[in-house]
Design a protein. Structure first.
Length: 206
């Protein structure tokens, strides 16, 4: 692809780094921005700079937040004794959209995947165990994707939590095997949360 300017080429290359964006789409983005008022383009760019500089991770649950403690953890109407364990922020958003869950979360930051070089130490599992040892948590719900990696992570976490007097459950299999949580429809996901089952039963069924 030939470019009329090195600046255009550099901008296309940056957009093409985004997931699912090819070079032709990236070029359309760049040409679109060139047609906009400079003030609009400046606002567009500064929005992402502020996003990267000012956004934090909640000290309690690792969700993204504009403050040290996220809005969910600081909400007095949420049940802090029920913790839903998820892979990443997209899963928090998916579950929140169901309006079926009133507890809090723990964001792992991924799942165990030896093929990708991701082990337990790369995730926030140790902090999850610290939360479990506090004595204030009644139930932990494992809401990871129903993939091999998700099941492996579930089992590892279950073993780490066995020493604590905490009920460990998992979302009901309304989510099809192999599905990513974020792609489940809200009704199915909501029912899976509400109809969660003890994790021990899922082990016995395998």
């Amino acid at each position: 692809m030939n470019f009329p300017s090195r600046l255009v080429e550099d901008a296309v290359n940056e957009f093409a780094k985004l997931p699912g964006v090819g070079r032709k789409t990236a070029l359309r983005f760049v040409l679109h921005l060139l047609r906009k008022d400079p003030a609009e383009v400046e606002k567009f760019g500064s929005t992402f700079i502020r996003l990267r500089q000012e956004l934090k991770h909640c000290h309690t649950c690792h969700n993204i937040s504009e403050s040290e403690i996220c809005d969910i953890c600081s909400n007095p109407r949420r049940d802090p004794a029920t913790v839903c364990i998820v892979e990443d922020v997209r899963d928090v958003m998916a579950i929140e959209n169901t309006n079926q869950y009133t507890g809090v979360y723990h964001v792992l930051g991924g799942i165990i995947s030896p093929m990708d070089g991701i082990g337990p130490g790369d995730l926030s599992i140790d902090h999850l165990v610290q939360r479990a040892s506090s004595g204030t948590i009644r139930e932990m719900i494992m809401a990871l994707s129903t993939t091999m990696e998700g099941d492996t992570t579930n089992f590892y976490i279950y073993k780490r939590l066995k020493e604590f007097n905490i009920s460990v459950s998992t979302i009901a299999r309304g989510i099809a095997i192999g599905d990513e949580l974020e792609y489940a429809d809200e009704v199915t996901l909501g029912r899976s949360i509400v109809n969660r089952v003890p994790y021990e039963k899922t082990i016995a069924a395998k």
